[in-house]
Design a protein around this ligand. Structure first.
Ligand SMILES: [Zn+2]
Length: 309
């Protein structure tokens, strides 16, 4: 009986996940007929999925740096402990419907919640449009959704508490190489060892260079020029986007931060002691790279052709 069930299960898996069906799922036809023709509608579905993920990211941003569990206790009002029912937990709508206050005690709810939900929704929809119009493989959408979630959470925790929790970056260092190993198909298993090793090499190289930079910087300037959280952040981007994109992100973020930092400290002199959050700048440029690199790549190739070597 057991043997028979196994065979049946294998037949079912073969039918649903056969190579032909996978090819059918990820080929041009799907892009044209389902995604491109209906993109105006599916965009809103993706936006709504993004808003829900954003709602979860709010929980991560608040709880991860404090070392709290993500599942327990359930979402509640921090002042009176009122447990949120399902209709008080709907992304965006609940905030508007509750007029930004707790139903029981009237405690004001930070606009941060609705902002994170909305940004996540918009970014997810933007990634989706990029995938459709640049005809990238559908599976890379999952990678970008995951990466966006990690980087967005890191930007907010860095703003709030000047930390990028290990619970964000360390799992990403496992998930991203695993994605490159498995993105060609889990069943039948078609491991992509080439992408996997490139991803690992990018991560190891970035870890090495950025660690040397951090330790060297501390010795020369006698203070932290770069946090270890930022190093791990860049290892994650290098794994997902490659060393070259990571270098660009670091370069642009550094220049922008250097311009912005003195202005920020003129208006908020008391915050000077707390240090300066760097992750938000890197996150903005990482998003920029993912969404618009199709314009940058030909330009970079052109420059590289003009200046060989
Ligand atoms: Zn309350």
């Amino acid at each position: 009986m057991d043997g028979q069930e196994v065979i049946l299960l294998k037949d079912v898996l073969d039918t649903f996940f056969s190579e032909d069906i996978l090819k059918e799922m990820f080929n041009e036809k799907l892009y044209r007929e389902v995604l491109c023709d209906y993109w105006k509608y599916s965009m809103f579905v993706i936006f709504w999925i993004g808003c829900n993920i954003g709602s979860f990211l709010n929980v991560c941003i608040y709880r991860l740096p404090l070392g709290m569990s993500l599942c327990r206790p359930k979402s509640h009002c921090p002042k009176c402990g009122h447990k949120l029912s399902w209709y008080e937990n709907i992304p965006i709508f609940s905030y508007l419907f509750l007029l930004a206050a707790c139903k029981d005690c009237g405690q004001r709810i930070s606009p941060r919640y609705i902002i994170v939900e909305f940004i996540t929704g918009v970014l997810f929809a933007a990634v989706y449009l990029k995938i459709v119009f640049c005809k990238l493989p559908l599976t890379s959408m999952l990678l970008f959704f995951y990466l966006f979630s990690v980087l967005l959470s890191a930007a907010f925790t860095d703003c709030d508490l000047r930390v990028i929790p290990n619970k964000l970056t360390i799992p990403a260092m496992v998930v991203i190489p695993a994605y490159f190993l498995l993105h060609n198909g889990i069943y039948p298993f078609q491991p992509d060892w080439k992408s996997f090793s490139i991803c690992l090499a990018n991560m190891a190289g970035t870890a090495l260079v950025m660690s040397a930079f951090t330790i060297g910087g501390k010795k020369i300037f006698k203070r932290d020029v770069f946090g270890w959280g930022d190093v791990k952040y860049l290892v994650v981007t290098a794994g997902a986007l490659g060393w070259f994109a990571t270098l660009l992100i670091l370069l642009f973020a550094s220049v922008t931060a250097m311009i912005y930092m003195p202005i920020y400290w003129i208006f908020r002199p008391k915050r000077k002691k707390r240090g300066f959050p760097f992750a938000p700048f890197m996150t903005v440029y990482a998003f920029g790279w993912i969404l618009f690199n199709q314009y940058a790549i030909p330009f970079i190739k052109k420059i590289m052709n003009c200046y060989p070597g």
